[in-house]
Design a protein around this ligand. Structure first.
Ligand code: BES
Ligand code: ZN
Length: 649
């Protein structure tokens, strides 16, 4: 069974990454075992060896070249040697390295650069010969990124709302940082960073760090300075460059967006400070100083990304009624669960996302009542059911702790760590006596492991230590099944059904209605439902075994006007329901919807649904091929796999 590992950037402790963290029951093939030898012992998705020499700080000096779609300059890595080694081993992916120097005397260092394969390669650098004080080194790597760097999306002006200026943004999680900077691309390593970024003077540069001064240079370019003094895993490195405006919406919060979105964004996210204060009440002090929000262009592949000091958000949450601002509560929660206490590798991703869902829904509970917390949990459980049916109930990727040996984290991504993780924590909270008992533990856990990277057993051991007087209760948990078995969780908490009942009742009525009888439905059926209840109503219809015929769907639309609703969560489910009912005329609107935005939560299921419908399958493939170059790498990569296409071959 796993041993605990609390991993920080100090060499002494980081040797703990040597402990293999995959569940024991998962076997691997010879091909995998050959690959493992080259990999980090503590992280199946990194080649780096922080147990031998670890990066403690990175200083970036880069210029942004929109014409060439390249970041160019150098990274100075502050390194501490801790094992017996004469090498620093890093990850890289497609970087064009021109020289590597000892920063102390500018002498060239030897290095071996592996050829980039799917998720990157190893970069081994000979450490300087001369004995340094404290076994510390400063290594300067001159390089440029590839125009196809998987962490970066370069947008043409016409792909932005304003239409006049280009835009650049990054998405490093899970393992794309290596395509942006040579680094130890494993979350077991935490380090600080600073940066000077030169960009066209009419654009603004933002990073996941504190903003420092802007140095104006020749009039054509400006240099922006940043500092992130809190040690972070490198997947939290982030940059955005565009024509941006800002509005202050709270004492520590500015909203950044293109001018076209700024007013709406300031309105939509006005509750941010209340959410932050609520999160502090649950989790402890906020250590990151500022909490800014950046609204990205529609091709951003996620709902949100918890880049420290600067959460990235999709414009698809701009619903006009704050009903989708829960994404911000989620990203705020990551300021503790994920960014302070971090999964040591992505097999333990549930420690980031399951805990974050748990804190997010606690914020919901505090702000909107416990009934809403449970409503959201039931909705999450529905999405878990769908995901497990899609992935396969025997697929080990539905384990709470899967093996990622030979698996790209992009291929493993699903709601499983989110919702199975949330269910597990809710279940344990209830078992131990409820929030009054469990919340003090949560705070204590976050405080104990802040600034560290941990695996599941570290958390479990602390749970047993903290609740040493409740060991018998803890022993009733079926740990093996919860953590290492595929499929639905072994126990489902008894949630409060109050808010979901109305949705379920309406769903039942629609399913039971005989179309040959007169129509009993009216607009007034849904006037008292919240936006989230309408979403849930559509979800229940989607999940039902019964299929609504095109005729019933037409009536549904006539009564409730779903065709005209802009809210993306509603539009997404409505279009999927039409595809489920084989309403041919809705195929083109559905595909148009997912070419206008890049959020994978919407794009993947719609493409999969159309693909699964044989008569229109080709339309999905053609639409994807015509649009893939405008998609971010990770969206194009995953949709290509969903459509069984080999776009790289
Ligand atoms: N950290 C994730 C996004 C992510 C996960 C990016 C894995 C790359 C790899 C972020 O916090 C997230 O979970 N976003 C959700 C928000 C939702 C749960 C409210 C999303 O994008 O849908
Ligand atoms: Zn998250």
């Amino acid at each position: 069974m796993q041993r605990s590992a609390a991993i920080s950037l100090t060499c002494l402790i980081s040797t703990a990454v040597l402990i293999k963290s995959s569940p024991p029951e998962v076997g691997f093939t010879l091909a995998n075992s050959v690959q493992i030898m080259a990999l980090s012992p503590g992280d199946p998705n990194s080649y780096s060896r922080p147990d031998l020499a670890v990066v403690t700080h990175t200083n970036l000096k880069l210029s942004v070249d929109f014409d060439a779609k390249i970041l160019r300059g150098w990274a100075t890595l502050y390194v501490k040697k801790c094992g017996i080694t004469d090498e620093l081993i890093l990850d890289h992916k497609g970087l064009n390295i021109s020289s590597i120097l000892n920063d102390a005397d500018d002498t060239a260092l030897q290095y071996v650069l592996g050829e980039a394969v799917e998720y990157g390669e190893k970069l081994s650098i000979k450490l300087p010969q001369s004995e340094s004080s404290n076994n510390t080194y400063k290594i300067r790597i001159h390089y440029e990124t590839s125009p196809n760097a998987s962490a970066l999306q370069w947008l043409q002006p016409e792909q932005t709302a304003g239409g006049d200026y280009p835009f650049l943004f990054s998405q490093c999680q899970a393992i794309h940082a290596r395509s942006m900077v040579p680094c130890q691309d494993t979350p077991s390593v935490k380090s600080t960073y600073s940066a000077e970024i030169k960009a066209p003077a009419n654009l603004t540069v933002l990073m996941s760090a504190l903003r420092e001064e802007v140095i104006e240079s020749d009039g054509a370019t400006n240099t922006y300075k940043f500092n992130q003094p809190v040690p972070i895993p490198i997947y939290l490195l982030a940059i955005a460059v565009g024509k941006l405006e800002s509005r202050q919406v709270g004492p520590r919060t500015h909203v950044w967006a293109e001018a076209e979105f700024i007013e709406q964004s300031a309105y939509e996210f006005a509750e941010t400070e209340t959410m932050l204060k609520t999160a502090e009440d649950i989790c402890g002090p906020y250590v990151w100083g500022i909490y800014d929000l950046l609204i990205l262009p529609p091709s951003f592949p996620f709902g949100g990304m918890e880049n420290p000091c600067l959460t990235f958000v999709t414009p698809t949450v701009l619903a006009g009624d704050r009903s989708l601002a829960g994404v911000v509560a989620h990203e705020i929660s990551h300021s503790w669960t994920g960014n302070l206490v971090t999964n040591a590798n992505f097999e333990h991703f549930w420690l980031n996302e399951g805990f974050t869902m748990f804190v997010e829904r606690k914020i919901d509970g505090r702000m909107f009542g416990d009934k809403f917390r449970d409503f959201s949990a039931i909705a999450g459980l529905n999405s878990l059911k769908e995901a497990i049916a899609t992935i396969g109930e025997n697929n080990q990727l539905t384990n709470l702790v899967p093996s990622l040996i030979g698996v790209n984290p992009d291929d493993a991504f699903s709601v499983v760590p989110y919702e199975k993780g949330h269910t597990f924590l809710y279940y344990i909270e209830h078992l131990l006596g409820g929030p009054q008992v469990f919340e003090p533990f949560l705070k204590s856990y976050l405080d104990k492991f802040k600034y560290k990277s941990i695996v599941t057993s570290t958390w479990k051991e602390y749970l047993y230590e903290y609740f040493h007087d409740k060991v018998e209760v803890l022993n009733t948990i079926d740990w093996e099944t919860w953590l290492y078995k595929p499929g639905m969780p072994p126990a489902i908490p008894a949630y409060d059904n109050a808010l979901i009942e109305t949705c379920k009742h309406l769903t039942k009525q629609w399913l039971q209605w005989d179309e040959n009888t007169s129509c009993p439905f009216n607009k007034s059926d849904i006037t008292n439902l919240t936006s989230n209840q309408r979403i849930e109503f559509l979800d229940e219809l989607l999940l039902a075994d019964e299929i609504l015929s095109q005729k019933k769907l037409e009536t549904l639309n006539e009564k409730y006007d779903f065709d005209t609703i802009k809210n993306c969560e509603i539009r997404f489910r409505w279009l999927r329901l039409c595809l489920k009912g084989r309403w041919r005329a809705k195929v083109t609107p559905a595909l148009t919807f997912v070419t206008e935005l890049g959020r994978m939560k919407y794009v993947r299921p719609i493409f999969r649904d159309v693909y699964a419908w044989e008569e229109v399958r080709q339309q999905a493939i053609d639409t994807f091929l015509a649009n893939k170059d405008k998609m971010m790498y990770v969206s194009a990569y995953t949709v290509a796999k969903d459509l069984h296409l080999d776009i790289n071959g």
